[in-house]
Ligand binder design. Structure first.
Ligand SMILES: *Cc1c(COP(=O)(O)O)cnc(C)c1O
Length: 412
């Protein structure tokens, strides 16, 4: 199938059939085998030495997972993609595969809570991490040092929805030869391809919009092909036997999957691949629902603030409109002090208090008391997270039902 000949969803639906598939099965089958057979012992050795394509052991690769890797790679227009057991495992594989003591990372300060915690872990192991306000490229530039190996940002930050200065940071990284890593989870490759802002590596938590049903964990890294790996100082000689564009991912696959074992299981890969087929349809509905809810809440005097890139009052509304196909399915809001946020959440009948996002169901969570509890009030304040902040991951329910649910919970 020629690249770009078809639309986004057509490509996802038919991607499995680009390679021969057992019995013409329309879904890539679930391969549960841990070990694989070869024609003879010489072929076994050739596969292990990387002279011939093939599978070695389930930890390093699996045919069902490979089919998902091809699908995600196509969505991101990548050179290659590796899947991992979770989104955090994908980010952890960057750390395992590419960073050494004495290195420096510049990261957006507006960050998924567990990534924030991972940077603290890494900092304790001798990698310096600077957390900056990445909505302005000047802050990123000011933090760079001769040891900076990676600049890491998210597209739309969760939960306050700040948007990184994505294109200018990409340009800066290209000029300085620094690896630019963009976590695309909040936009998904349907709304945005980080390759268009010169990202070298793209992270997706497949758990969220791509799988989309809250029934399987998974993560991925995509190499866009834009980063010149010959400029990266820590590629081991082992991986330099491959063509230069493959160096980074060869090392990440070996460290992240083979050595660290963060492998995605074949059953989860199947769930995620099936979920991906309806991603565009789900996201369009989620974005439309989010826009309606955000507008309704912003107009209500009992609400102190609504943070959604689709609202003209959002500081990066213009930028979001230029970069993304739509404004996403996540927003957050603050109630006026007279309404207790727990009471409000308890009055909701449809929206479910839970911590996932990108699910088909609308999920709500009091951020300061749950996912950002561990970091404490000071760091929360520095990230602009009010104690009453409620994050809403908007699902695909019928719009009127959702509007009525959030309205009646205010009225009580
Ligand atoms: C959820 C999430 C992750 C981690 O994904 P898991 O599959 O839950 O490990 C990473 N980045 C962002 C932006 C996320 O929302």
């Amino acid at each position: 199938m020629a690249k770009n000949k078809y639309g986004f969803t057509t490509n996802i639906l038919h991607s499995d059939r680009q390679k021969p598939i057992e019995h013409g099965s329309l879904h890539k089958p679930i391969h549960t085998a841990v070990a694989f057979g070869y024609r003879d012992a010489r072929e076994l050795a050739a596969v292990f030495q990387g002279r011939q394509p093939g599978y070695r052991y389930g930890r390093q690769g699996n045919p069902t997972v490979s089919a998902l890797e091809d699908k995600v790679n196509q969505m991101e227009d990548g050179l290659s993609t590796i899947c991992f057991s979770t989104g955090m495992a994908a980010i952890g594989a960057i750390v395992q595969g590419l960073l050494r003591q004495g290195d420096h990372v510049v990261s957006s300060a507006y960050l998924f809570g567990n990534t924030n915690s991972l940077w603290q872990t890494v900092a304790a192991q001798g990698v310096a991490v600077s957390m900056v306000d990445a909505t302005d490229v000047a802050n990123v530039e000011a933090a760079l040092t001769p040891s900076t190996r990676i600049v890491f940002v998210e597209t739309i930050a969760n939960p306050r929805t700040q948007i990184a200065d994505l294109a200018r940071i990409g340009q800066l990284c290209r000029e300085r030869g620094i690896l630019y890593v963009v976590d695309n989870t909040m936009t998904s490759p349907y709304l945005f391809q980080p390759k268009t802002v010169e990202a070298g590596l793209v992270v997706n938590a497949l758990t969220k919009s791509i799988g989309g049903h809250g029934n399987a964990l998974g993560g991925s890294l995509t190499d866009t092909g834009l980063y010149d790996w010959s400029r990266y100082p820590h590629i081991a000689e082992n991986y330099k036997k491959y063509p230069t564009p493959q160096w980074g991912m060869a090392q990440i696959r070996a460290k992240g999957l083979r050595d660290f074992g963060a492998s995605l299981g074949p059953e989860a890969a199947h769930h995620l691949a099936v979920g991906a087929e309806t991603m565009a349809l789900r996201i369009e509905r989620e974005c439309a629902n989010a826009m309606s809810l955000a507008r309704m809440l912003e107009a209500d005097e009992r609400i102190a603030a609504v943070h959604y890139p689709g609202l003209p009052t959002h500081p990066q509304h213009g930028l979001a409109g230029e970069l993304f196909k739509a404004f996403g399915g996540l927003f957050s809001f603050e109630l006026k002090p007279e309404i207790d946020c727990f009471d409000y959440l308890n009055r909701l009948k449809l929206a479910i208090p839970a911590s996932n996002l990108g699910d088909t169901r609308t999920l709500v969570i009091p951020v300061a008391h749950t996912i950002f509890y561990e970091m404490g009030p000071e760091r929360r304040a520095s990230m602009g997270i009010a104690e009453s902040l409620i994050r809403v991951s908007v699902g695909i329910e019928d719009t009127e039902d959702l509007l009525e649910d959030f309205r009646q919970a205010l009225a009580a």
